[in-house]
Design a protein around this ligand. Structure first.
Ligand code: SDX
Length: 436
């Protein structure tokens, strides 16, 4: 049951001139209360104004909770640190989708189901042939994920819970296959089919790195790291791409199209594209002695340069995922025998400086998940252009869980924000002969 339907006792009052308007205030289980201003325009003829949604709750959700001041991230109440340490990605998928950790039997059945949906329609490979080999893999993902709705009509009726569930399983299962195909296509190698005797992350690594000419043995340390990276990126409350998926889904668009919209939004360097941008920034800095020059640029109001991988809309303290990402980074570098990675040296020194610099402390700018993920993924052999693709593979379950929650919310309606209009007032059409 949602907290909005309970007997509401708290209210908030807005006074505009000589009139006051009272609205219900809802309390969540944890986190800030919300004031329901949905009737404000009807009562007072005025809109609220919050362009970046910095103070706006777009929905009620039971999936993920973030405490930005204390660096806390919970998936269905479980701390990200515990899930990353003790569980695996498909367990996290089950938790995000259905709200509880699976029993052993439920986990077995869920793994079996997802594994047997990992193949894509064979004609999908011909769909790829239309792309240039040097297309950005995220462009390929936006296109191919959207194209899934052309292949799976039998799971696009969003009013049917069975079809919603199948579409969810299909997307969790097929995104890694499409991501691996995007990578193979970009390097001119043949596509590798999934293998049903491999776990999710191992299967993905094999589809990326195996070739038909020889057996490929998945490195268990890298498979574990990949699985943990998927867990860390699985969901994150109402971030830009999740809000895009929710807004797309509110019109009744099919789930494949909604996830394609989420991929498109995630691609931006201020969001999921930051891992690619962070690695490029570290490479541009190049050496530790050039860090002060870039720190100076980051502080310069007249310079659009920002430290990629730093800052967050919600985390005003350390991103808990960044700590786990840093630990994973060291595990992968050790496993790959990379002793002195200059990019890591720059990253560690940049982090040290930023954490002690008054500007970053005052602005509450800490490393976010994207700061260490780029170094880790590069060490695993992924090209920079694939980093956001991997983020999209992981975030698909979060997008789908949030989409399902919205569709199943009886109060949901099409999202349709309004505006503050500052354009021309009404004026008469002028024939071109009279225009100067
Ligand atoms: C992700 O929302 C999510 O949950 C996203 C995500 C997820 O899992 O879905 O966590 C994934 O997107 C992580 C963030 C990845 N992006 C980056 O690393 C790009 C670099 N970071 C910035 O672009 C920025 O920090 C944002 C976009 C992440 C947050 O921007 P906000 O909340 O709109 O903050 P802001 O731009 O208003 O910045 C506040 C101040 C500004 O200074 P003033 O105008 O107040 O003087 O901090 C400054 C900014 O100039 N600032 C930075 C900075 N980030 C903010 N200065 C230098 N370097 C930075 N990285």
């Amino acid at each position: 049951m949602d907290v909005r339907s309970g007997a509401n006792t708290k209210t908030g009052t807005l006074t505009l001139g000589d009139k006051s308007y009272t609205f219900p205030v809802y309390e969540g289980t944890i986190g800030p209360d919300v004031i329901d201003i949905s009737k404000l325009y009807n009562q007072a003829g005025i809109f609220t104004y919050d362009p970046g949604y910095t103070s706006t709750a777009s929905c009620e959700s039971k999936i993920t909770y973030i405490d930005g001041d204390n660096g806390i991230l919970l998936y269905r109440g479980y701390p990200i640190e515990q899930l990353a340490e003790h569980g695996d990605f498909l367990e996290t998928c089950y938790l995000l989708l259905y709200g509880e950790l699976p029993t052993a039997a439920q986990k077995h059945d869920f793994d079996y189901l997802v594994t047997r949906h990992t193949m894509v329609h064979e004609q999908m490979s011909r769909f790829f042939q239309g792309f240039r080999r040097d297309a950005h893999p995220m462009a390929v993902m936006v296109g191919s994920v959207g194209a899934l709705s052309a292949f799976y009509h039998d799971s696009t009726d969003i009013s049917d819970p069975v079809q919603r569930d199948i579409a969810s399983i299909r997307m969790i299962a097929k995104l890694p296959t499409l991501a691996a195909m995007a990578y193979k296509y970009s390097i001119g190698q043949p596509f590798i089919y999934p293998k049903n005797d491999l776990a999710y992350a191992a299967n993905f690594l094999r589809m990326c790195y195996a070739v038909p000419c020889e057996e490929y043995k998945v490195n268990p340390v890298l498979a574990r790291a990949m699985d943990r990276i998927f867990i860390l990126h699985a969901d994150h409350e109402q971030n830009a791409s999740t809000s895009t998926v929710r807004l797309s889904g509110s019109s009744g668009a099919n789930p494949f199209a909604c996830i394609a919209a989420g991929c498109a939004c995630l691609w931006g360097p201020a969001h999921g594209g930051a891992n690619e941008a962070a690695l490029k920034m570290l490479a541009e800095i190049g050496t530790v002695n050039r860090i002060p020059e870039f720190i100076k640029r980051a502080k310069d109001k007249n310079d659009s340069f920002r430290l990629m991988g730093f800052g967050h809309r919600v985390y005003r303290h350390y991103d808990p995922r960044a700590k786990i990402m840093q630990k994973t980074c060291h595990e992968v570098l050790n496993e790959m025998g990379i002793k002195d990675d200059p990019l890591l040296d720059v990253a560690l020194e940049l982090e040290r400086i930023a954490l002690h610099d008054d500007y970053f402390i005052e602005k509450k700018l800490y490393p976010n998940i994207d700061f260490y993920s780029g170094i880790t993924l590069k060490a695993m052999g992924f090209p920079t252009a694939m980093f956001t693709v991997l983020f999209a593979v992981a975030r698909t379950v979060g997008w789908i869980a949030q989409w399902k929650e919205m569709i199943e919310d009886p109060s949901q309606k099409i999202g349709r924000p309004r505006q503050l209009y500052s354009g021309a007032t009404q004026r008469e059409y002028l024939p071109i002969s009279r225009r100067k």
